[in-house]
Ligand binder design. Structure first.
Ligand code: C2E
Ligand code: CA
Ligand code: CA
Length: 466
């Protein structure tokens, strides 16, 4: 009998053959499953969770492929809802979210079949569409008109307007960042000229953009050459009108055009320089605080403004600890002032950041309290030390019963949560009297003092008995 060598091998090694076959089958199943979960992960990565349309990540990574699907010259529309922040502030994020969903589905319906719609950030959307569809601005006008028709949410009607920046892509191999920037410049211009407008990109806008680069250099140089400096505004004990603490506010020695601190902070956020600015502010403020103490200025705390958490590097907290040590400062005497977020999605990160700051021993105040979206939610979720009632409630307090009621309510809230209450922007005797009646702990404002430099603080508060 002639034995087939393969048969012999199979019968002799049957167990191994079975094991290898099983492994092979398992491998095929595993590969199929991972392809499926990979696809699921990709869908998640590239889809905006709220509106179910593609997100910025998808647009950026697939930009040239998307352009190829539109076989002619293309318009890139950057669309932004005007004053969207107000919807969050006034109606809460569940209403604002519904508005965004309604907006997104309307936009998808208006957009021509071959076009692409993306939600790139909060209330910012992008449409890519064949330029020929927009002869004489017909499609742009349609967008402006149809997007502002009322939206019905929970039986209420909401009206919005949009601003649009449009860039017609003419380069053969356009870069996503470049196209985005140009449409954004056009969008900025549409906002500047009064909103509810569309503007087509024009190369002159690029010149303004070069000024932005100047700004970038300016901030970088100021950080390097120490041309920023800190001023300090006294925060007074309400009852006995004596100095309680100081708030550090950034200033700079500018030979060029006048810039307000708010401008520096806005630009720094745009350029990702906030982390550097905040570190600069902390270092210089702590240095001055140590000096105030050494010179005998009778203060119990120093307040420092810090920008939103996600703009900071992960070692930011370590940096603060180092600085506390370097200047021998008791963390309990440092109050970090945090402006209320306008973005509900950031709330959780911020709560964590606040807890981390408090874990170091620092105290945390919510700045501009009452003006943002999250006042109430934050109070119930995050342990805080202080609220600082926004100055917008203070002006015209004497003639405005509603502002009076709001301040009273905020003070009650502060008390209920066992928080110190500070009011800023108190300018007149009448405003001071009202705050005194409310039992507010601390007052800051021109009624007492404006911000002053380090030396002025020392001279004002060491020669007198305050
Ligand atoms: P803020 O934190 O709300 O600071 C209070 C602002 O109100 C200061 O303006 C202060 O000069 C002004 N102010 C104080 N009392 C009165 C008053 O009685 N009446 C009026 N009309 N205004 C008063 P400033 O210095 O222009 O700062 C503006 C904003 O810039 C600050 O608002 C803060 O958000 C930001 N900022 C300032 N310094 C820094 C900083 O060092 N770091 C960060 N991240 N932000 C800063
Ligand atoms: Ca502040
Ligand atoms: Ca404030």
């Amino acid at each position: 009998m002639v034995l087939n060598p393969l048969n012999t091998f199979l019968t002799d090694n049957i167990v191994w053959v079975l094991i290898i076959s099983a492994l092979f089958v398992a491998l095929i199943i595993y590969a199929a499953l991972t392809t499926r979960s990979k696809r699921q992960v990709q869908t998640l990565m590239f889809t905006d969770q709220l509106t179910n349309i593609y997100n910025a990540r998808y647009l950026e990574t697939h930009f040239s492929d998307i352009l190829m699907t539109i076989d002619e010259s293309i318009s890139f529309y950057y669309i932004n809802i005007d004053n969207f922040k107000n919807y969050n502030d006034l109606f809460g994020f569940h209403v604002a979210d519904k508005l965004l969903k309604g907006f997104s589905s309307r936009l998808t319906n208006i957009a021509p079949a071959s076009s692409h719609v993306f939600r790139v950030h909060s209330d910012r959307f992008i449409v890519l569409s064949a330029a020929r569809k927009d002869k004489d601005g017909a499609f742009t006008n349609e967008l402006l008109k149809k997007l502002k028709k009322p939206y019905t949410i929970d039986e209420h009607e909401f009206r919005i307007t949009v601003s649009i920046g449009r860039y017609v892509i003419s380069d053969e191999r356009p870069l996503y960042q470049d196209v985005l920037l140009k449409s954004e410049l056009a969008l900025d211009e549409a906002k500047r000229i009064g909103k509810d407008q569309a503007v087509v990109y024009d190369s002159r806008m690029r010149e303004d953009h070069h000024n932005m680069f100047d700004m970038y250099r300016f901030i970088k140089d100021a950080l390097k050459n120490n041309t920023f400096y800190m001023e300090f505004q006294p925060i007074m004990d309400t009852k006995n009108k004596t100095l309680a603490g100081l708030e550090a506010l950034i200033r700079f020695k500018a030979k060029r055009k006048l810039l307000f601190p708010g401008d520096i902070i806005n630009y720094a956020e745009k350029f990702n320089l906030i982390d550097e600015i905040d570190r600069y502010v902390i270092k210089h403020t702590f240095e001055a605080y140590r000096r105030f103490k050494q010179e005998g200025v009778p203060i119990r705390f120093i307040a420092v403004n810090i920008s939103s958490s996600e703009l900071h590097n992960s070692d930011f907290l370590t940096f603060i600890k180092q600085m506390l040590k370097e200047y021998s400062i008791d963390p309990k005497e440092v109050v970090i002032e945090f402006t209320e977020t306008v973005d509900p999605q950031k709330l959780e990160n911020e709560s964590r950041f606040i807890s981390d700051l408090r874990a170091i021993g620092l105290r945390v105040a919510i700045d501009d309290f009452g003006s943002g979206y999250s006042s109430m939610i934050r109070l119930s979720r995050t342990k805080l030390d202080r609220i600082k009632i926004d100055k917008s409630f203070v002006s015209n307090i004497v003639t405005s019963p509603s502002n009076q009621a709001l301040i009273k309510a905020m003070v009650d809230l502060g008390r209920a949560f066992n928080l110190d209450v500070v009011v800023e922007g108190v300018e007149t005797q009448a405003e001071y009297d009202f705050m005194l009646q409310q039992g507010i702990d601390y007052i800051q404002g021109y009624y007492f003092y404006r911000a002053m430099n380090t030396q002025a603080v020392i001279t004002s508060f060491t020669n007198q008995d305050s």
